[in-house]
Design a protein around this ligand. Structure first.
Ligand SMILES: [Zn+2]
Length: 183
């Protein structure tokens, strides 16, 4: 079968004359090859036309909305993440500031016993100085006592001195290691 001029007509962009159109239709009805070409040509033309037309495919609006919703969701998720990070950062900052204040408090309260300790040492040094002064002042007096006072009096004096030392030591202990309850 001769497929010309039908193949040329099929692939031509030129509009056909009414009688030629009629002839083409009749040929396509009877010719399998030209019918196939006709279908293929229509498909090819559709293929080339589609991007230019950019007609929304079925369900385009729904898909677009779904995509929009997805984008919005992702955006809000991102903002939530950002917010939670900001929250975390501010909490961490607050905790750091609090820790700073607490450590300042802690070190100042630790410093207090050290100052107390130094104060206690000063007091003891003062007492020792006083004792030395008393020793210097009372040695002649003590010498007299040693000579004139009976032995049992010495025993009492030694016991009293021991008790006094104990009391002093206890007092010093209380000064140096004060109970922490008051703080
Ligand atoms: Zn044909």
């Amino acid at each position: 079968m001769d497929h010309q001029p039908f193949e040329s007509w099929l692939t031509s962009d030129e509009p056909l004359l009414p009688e030629d159109e009629q002839k083409l239709h009749e040929h396509i009805e009877s010719c399998e090859s030209c019918r196939q070409l006709s279908y293929a040509w229509v498909e090819v033309q559709d293929m080339f036309r589609e991007p230019q037309l950019a007609l929304p495919s079925p369900g385009f609006a729904q898909r677009w909305q779904a995509r929009l919703v997805e984008v919005q969701l992702r955006e809000s998720e991102r903002q939530q993440k950002l917010l939670s990070w900001a929250f975390f950062a501010s909490m961490a900052g607050a905790a750091l500031v609090l820790l700073g204040f607490m450590s300042i408090q802690f070190f100042s309260s630790v410093q207090a016993p050290i100052r107390l300790f130094i104060g206690g040492l000063t007091l003891i040094a003062g007492l020792l100085n006083l004792a030395t002064a008393m020793q210097v002042a009372f040695i002649p007096f003590l010498n007299v006592i040693v000579v004139s006072v009976p032995t049992y009096w010495w025993l009492i004096l030694v016991i009293a001195a021991c008790l006094l030392t104990l009391v002093l030591a206890f007092s010093a202990r209380r000064i140096l290691y004060p109970r922490r309850v008051s703080q």
